[in-house]
Structure formats: C-alpha cells, structure tokens
Design a protein. Structure first.
Length: 213
C-alpha cells in the first residue's frame, strides 16, 4: 500500500543545481499521489494566502494546461497537505460577500443616471442556464470578482424598461440585508483587490517543486 503524504513524512530535497523535489518518505512524490491531495483554494475569499505554502508544481492534473495563466500550489493546512489552483488576478473569479452590494449599487446608480448597459463596461450579469442562479462578475482594481445578485438587478441591468424600479432595487436590498445600500465607491474600497494581488505575487515567487511520474 502506497504511503500517504503528510507534512510529517514529506520533505523537500535540494540538489546541487537547486532542483527541489517533493518526496513522500524516501521516494519522490508521483503524479498519482499529487492528484490524491485534496484540492482546496490556496487563497481565501479575503485574498489572503491560506496555511503554509510549500511551492508550485508544473503539472496540470485536471486538463487545465490550456487554461488562463495559473499556479498549482502545494500548501499545508494544519497537519495535512493540500493542492490549490490559483488564477492570475485578472482571470480569477474571487467570490466575496460584498460583490452583491457593489454590483447592486452600480446598477442602482446607473439606472438613476440612465446609464446604458454598454457604459457599465467591466460589469456583467447573467442567469445560469443550469442552476438559474443570477451570477455577476466585475473587473475592479485589476482583479475579477464574482457573486450573485437579485432578479430585479438583472432586469435593470438588461435595460428593459424597468428604470422606474431603481428605488425598489434599493429597498429590496436594504430589507434583505437590514442595512442601507452603500455607494459603489464605498464598497469598492472594501473589496480585497490589493490583498489578492499581493497573494498572487507571493505564490508566484515560491520555488518550483519537481515530482515524478
């Protein structure tokens, strides 16, 4: 039975040419063992690096080698190892609880100013054909964020004659969240764009770890 990798029996060995191998016990970790590591984001919703990062592996087990630029990070959570898939700031979809408020505020402000959908530019709202969930993405300060919004927000975003319901959008949000809807500028300052960019730089600077076949 193959030895399962844990922080206690896994080590990094550095050769004279600075090639760092990921070992499980006395043997080099294989691609098969690497795939068995639990996949968990190495960056949390606040844009912070989770646990203790060990390094990156240039192996794409999930047919993601043709995806946007990304890293496969080996990191430690308590006494267990994890592997995390991390996209560049401009290509990630960082989910954060304030995305809904930011997008709602943008749509509300746009409806009151009669802003066209095209002018909203970096903001997208769509209904999933599978879950029927109304998803949204927004590119803000160099980071792409993702979240969900209400059906009324989608209607206003689509600009289909619902401009008179802008005030209802504000009221519905305040009833659901039990607090006033802030301006998009206020919420933008609270979204962790800089934190995620810092995390990406930190993870990009990790040493590359080599594994066997």
């Amino acid at each position: 039975m193959a030895t399962q990798p844990t922080p206690a029996n896994t080590s990094i060995e550095t050769a004279t040419v600075q090639i760092r191998t990921l070992n499980v016990g006395p043997k080099q970790m294989t691609q098969g063992i690497f795939r068995q590591l639990i996949e968990q984001p190495a960056v949390d919703t606040e844009g912070r690096v989770q646990g203790q990062p060990w390094g990156t592996v240039n192996y794409h087990p999930d047919r993601c080698d043709d995806a946007k630029e990304h890293l496969h990070v080996v990191w430690q959570l308590d006494d267990q190892l994890r592997r995390g898939f991390v996209l560049t700031p401009e290509h990630t979809y960082l989910r954060h609880p304030l995305v809904a408020e930011y997008v709602t505020a943008r749509i509300y402000e746009g409806a009151r100013r009669d802003t066209s959908r095209a002018e909203l530019g970096d903001l997208k709202v769509h209904r999933s054909v599978t879950t029927r969930e109304i998803g949204t993405t927004v590119y803000l300060q160099g980071v792409r964020f993702a979240g969900t919004v209400s059906p009324l927000a989608l209607s206003l975003f689509d600009r289909t004659g619902y401009d008179d319901q802008a005030e209802r959008l504000q009221a519905d949000f305040e009833e659901a969240y039990q607090r006033p809807l802030r301006t998009s500028a206020e919420v933008a300052e609270l979204l962790p764009a800089e934190a995620y960019k810092t995390a990406w730089r930190e993870l990009s600077a990790l040493p590359q770890l080599f594994i066997g076949r």
